[in-house]
Design a protein around this ligand. Structure first.
Ligand code: HEC
Length: 238
């Protein structure tokens, strides 16, 4: 072995050992409220985009992606599952989005990077299907979402930057809400007896005792909506 090789091997060993010591000492701050060094962020972003490009490059979007039925179906699922993190047009920030790192992009805003349109659709499909590790972006296929429902979401997300807040509301109201198939008992309706606005479209027997998820009837007067409350002193405005 020549001298250069020995030096390279020794340096690599020292590097690996100091990495291990740094990890063991807890030198990496994993807190979500402490941003990465800008260089680390850029490096991770580069690795993420290369990883997705290599895996999504061969995915072909369906030819009817722009179909208005797809967009309509996608809007209901988006409003039920994505809006807390990715927001709707003109929406204020949400608590969950503020706390996540990396911050989920506002999908109603045009993305900064101009990608080939077909690749942009394939990329979104891949991300929605598989999720992104350690970021908060779920792999929706794991929850039982089928490819067709994922394409409906892509169809909607593609239209989202062109929608006003009023267009968004109209479209969501015209949809069946949270309605993708895939997981047993996860078709439309989602009758949990909860207060999810647009879920209450599935008929008058919505909170009937036939529904195992419905809240037990009580003798209390019509419930007041308790909703989402924070202890006094917590400053935030919805
Ligand atoms: C719990 C929060 C959360 C929820 C819920 C969520 N996402 Fe995400 N999503 C993220 C985060 C965080 C990222 C950014 C990940 C990163 O940059 O590494 C992301 C990234 C994305 C991207 C890529 C954006 C881009 O161009 O870089 C798409 C598309 C997306 N999400 C779609 C969806 C859809 C559709 C849903 C609902 C079915 C959804 N997300 C639900 C957190 C969430």
């Amino acid at each position: 072995m020549n001298k250069t090789l020995i030096t390279v091997a020794a340096l690599a060993a020292v590097g690996a050992a100091s990495g291990a010591v740094a990890f063991y000492a807890g030198a990496i701050n994993i807190a979500a409220d402490e941003p990465h060094h800008p260089l680390t962020y850029r490096l991770l972003e580069f690795a993420r985009e290369r990883s997705i490009a290599v895996r999504a490059g061969d995915i072909k979007p369906p030819i009817d992606l722009a179909n208005s039925e797809r967009v309509r179906r996608g809007s209901g699922n988006y409003d039920a599952m994505c809006v807390g993190c990715h927001l709707s047009p003109d929406a204020d920030d949400s608590e969950i989005r503020k706390g996540l790192y990396p911050t989920p992009p506002r999908l109603a805003e045009k993305p900064a990077a101009a990608l080939d349109p077909q690749f942009a659709e394939a990329r979104q499909f891949w991300i929605i299907k598989h999720g992104i590790k350690a970021s908060g972006m779920p792999a929706w296929s794991k929850g039982g979402m089928e490819d067709e429902a994922i394409w409906d979401l892509v169809a909607f997300v593609q239209k989202l930057p062109g929608l006003t807040a009023a267009d968004y509301r109209t479209l969501v109201a015209s949809s069946e809400g949270h309605s993708h198939g895939g997981l047993d008992g996860h078709h439309d309706g989602h009758a949990h007896g909860d207060d999810h606005g647009h879920h209450d479209h599935d008929g008058p027997d919505h909170v009937d005792h036939a529904d195992p998820h419905a809240e037990a009837p009580t003798s209390a007067p019509p419930k007041e909506k308790k909703g989402h409350t924070h202890p006094p002193g917590f400053k935030h405005n919805h």
